[in-house]
Design a protein. Structure first.
Length: 679
């Protein structure tokens, strides 16, 4: 007993300013509902001892069973091993007694219902039992962190830690500073989020809606006002939102999915805190009063007992598009002006948290700040509504001809090894140029912008003296690339000529990988479908994890592979297999694609990253001149064997006079590894 007391004293003798991530062992999650059990699962997967508490035994048991089911699904899909699933489940303890749940807690994550009075009651009771060093965090999506922290005796050790639903899949965590939060607490919680394999975005100032909801909820409200004012129909607004702007869902479709009451209550709070600019549209009030709350009640803006949401294509309206973009831009300006977050953080948060193809600041820049300000001013003059009054920051940008992100430039290089892209991450290490498709919020789907940036990146790496091989991967473990971002590309409309140019653009960009003078390795983890598979087809070698799925599903959409798939795939797997893959439009597991000859190697999920870099480094250490001419001979020999043989002969003669040949012979005779310099 005495020893236990000493151990407890030693564990609790530091305060939050002393606490480092390595000190965090025990996490308590308050609430076992959808968010609570999801957060508990994420924490357990990250190796933390988790106590999940709710007010009734049936609630915590249901949450525990949901975690068990989810972990089983992850194991079934090879996202984790069965052993990892079992170990994570063992780390979760369901409890009803609050004192037992928090007695050893290093961090508490509160995820109780989104009502201020309920949360305040929870924190008053929590303060009674939690150790002095414990950091409190709230998963609130909009309520004031400052107000919640003032219920406790540790406001400096209190911040927001807002996960997105479902926590297991969504990458974003908003880390929100309250009015009293110290920097050490924010740093710790950001590191904690990263340890859970999440992307934290810091919200520098407590502001209703924080970042994502501050952009998303007014967007849904404005969509309702457009219909209320008779300027467009629900179908026209959703067609514009989904297909012209390229968002994952129509505005009304999203409201139904989330729950109209959820968005309405956030608006009520924002209206109370921020004023008339956030007045809920009467259409939303009517839906809530009629209990037509969306998908969960069977009816909202769409009838889910009669087919559900069916958003039409081709019914978009340019005035609606500008209006919605203008309202979003105004919210971005307000966040920037009030130092809640900068444009880059806002874009990152909204892309990760709401699945936007681009962030709202980037969309505003592309649409033209001056045009959007003119749109707001016209609407303000017409209606007098406060929500259309342009923020000073936005007006200043329009008058100066500026943008949220400053001057757009080409790829910028920092110390020769760092490149600045929106949709890619490019790094150089050990003579390998690593190009990572960086759109995890969209399953690394390939947009027009990504094609542009990939083309530039290949050019930059090919001429970089420090690069001998290229490695292509996708960010995260869900997808190398799930294909073309058809939805955002459809924002340009059904223009046949534009489609032809898009096809040529993809063919040419991917073709650069075939034609570049260095070896290219595609490292595939997760989905590799459609345009993603066509991209991988242009690599010289391909490896994939056991959990990967590959295929050309274009025929299921009434399309055909348009980025070279009808031509290039047959050179790897043969014409018969290529036709099978394209005509059936099926997904194939990695082992089958290895058997077909498309994959050179299938690796364990956990070994993928190390093996990909190992193989890429091996390729980078090869003889550059010989590699260059080998690729050329094989490429030109596809359709004309004689042409390929002639290149082969000429190259063979050229290589006889290179320093690399002498280096290779010397190393072979001395039983050592050659160090080729490309001379």
């Amino acid at each position: 007993m005495f020893v236990r007391e000493i151990e407890t004293f030693n564990r609790h003798r530091f305060d939050a300013s002393d606490m480092k991530l390595d000190d965090v062992e025990h996490i308590t999650v308050l609430g076992a509902g959808n968010m609570g059990h999801g957060i508990a699962e994420v924490a357990a997967l990250a190796g933390y001892d988790v106590r999940m508490r709710d007010i009734k035994e049936e609630f915590v048991q249901d949450g525990y069973e949901q975690i068990e089911w989810s972990l089983g699904k992850l194991a079934e899909k090879d996202r984790i091993s069965q052993e990892e699933a079992d170990e994570a489940l063992e780390r979760v303890t369901p409890l009803v007694d609050l004192e037992s749940a928090v007695e050893d807690a290093d961090v508490v994550i509160e995820a109780v219902p989104e009502k201020m009075e309920i949360k305040r009651d929870v924190y008053e009771e929590l303060e009674e039992y939690a150790p002095e060093h414990t950091v409190f965090t709230s998963n609130t999506s909009s309520l004031s962190i400052t107000d919640l922290s003032e219920v406790t005796e540790r406001p400096e050790r209190f911040c927001g830690m807002h996960f997105f639903n479902p926590p297991v899949r969504m990458d974003l965590v908003e880390v929100i500073s309250g009015g009293h939060t110290d920097d050490e607490t924010l740093d710790l919680i950001e590191e904690l989020a990263e340890s859970m394999d999440k992307t934290p975005v810091r919200v520098r100032k407590d502001s209703p809606g924080f970042i994502v909801n501050r952009v998303l909820v007014p967007l849904m409200n404005e969509a309702a006002w457009i219909v209320e004012m008779g300027d467009a129909t629900v179908a026209e607004v959703d067609s514009t939102t989904k297909f012209d702007i390229g968002l994952p869902m129509g505005a009304f479709e999203l409201a139904d999915q989330v729950g109209i009451d959820v968005g309405y209550h956030v608006l009520e709070y924002m209206h109370d805190q921020l004023g008339d600019a956030y007045e809920p549209c009467p259409v939303l009030v009517e839906k809530v009063e009629a209990e037509e709350l969306g998908k969960k009640t069977g009816k909202g803006f769409y009838d889910y007992e009669d087919g559900g949401a069916d958003v039409p294509t081709g019914e978009g309206d340019d005035d609606v598009r500008l209006r919605l973009l203008a309202v979003m831009a105004n919210e971005v300006a307000g966040l920037v002006e009030n130092d809640v977050a900068d444009p880059a953080a806002i874009d990152r948060a909204v892309k990760l948290g709401a699945g936007f193809p681009d962030g709202p600041a980037k969309m505003a820049d592309d649409a033209g700040i001056e045009t959007l300000v003119e749109t707001l001013e016209e609407l303000y003059d017409r209606s007098g509504a406060a929500r259309y009054e342009p923020e000073d920051c936005l007006v200043d940008l329009a008058e100066s001809g500026g943008t949220f992100h400053g001057e757009d430039g080409d790829v910028s290089e920092d110390e020769g090894d760092a490149f600045d892209f929106e949709t890619l991450s490019v790094e150089i290490s050990d003579r390998v140029g690593h190009v990572q498709l960086s759109r995890p919020h969209r399953m690394n789907t390939i947009s027009s912008e990504l094609l542009e940036e990939l083309s530039t990146a290949i050019d930059e790496l090919e001429t970089h003296e420090g690069v001998r091989a290229i490695l292509l991967t996708g960010e995260g473990d869900r997808a190398f690339s799930a294909g073309a971002d058809v939805q955002s590309m459809a924002a340009g409309g059904a223009d046949p000529l534009a489609g032809v140019e898009l096809s040529r653009k993809g063919q040419q960009t991917f073709g650069k990988l075939e034609e570049c003078d260095m070896p290219v390795l595609a490292g595939i983890d997760g989905y590799c479908l459609g345009g993603g598979m066509e991209l991988a087809t242009c690599a010289d070698l391909r490896i994939a994890t056991e959990r990967s799925e590959l295929g050309q599903p274009e025929h299921n959409l009434g399309l055909l592979p348009g980025w070279g798939g009808t031509q290039r795939l047959r050179h790897i797997v043969g014409e018969g297999r290529a036709k099978e893959i394209i005509f059936t439009a099926e997904r194939y597991d990695a082992e089958t694609m290895e058997e077909y000859g498309f994959l050179n190697e299938v690796v364990d999920n956990e070994e993928f990253e190390d093996r990909a870099f190992e193989l890429a480094s091996d390729l980078a250490s090869g003889p550059p001149i010989a590699q260059r001419y080998t690729k050329r001979a094989m490429l030109y020999g596809r359709e004309d064997t004689d042409a390929g043989l002639e290149i082969e002969a000429q190259a063979f003669g050229h290589l006889m006079a290179t320093d690399d040949l002498m280096e290779g012979i010397t190393a072979f005779m001395g039983d050592s590894e050659p160090e080729f310099e490309g001379k």
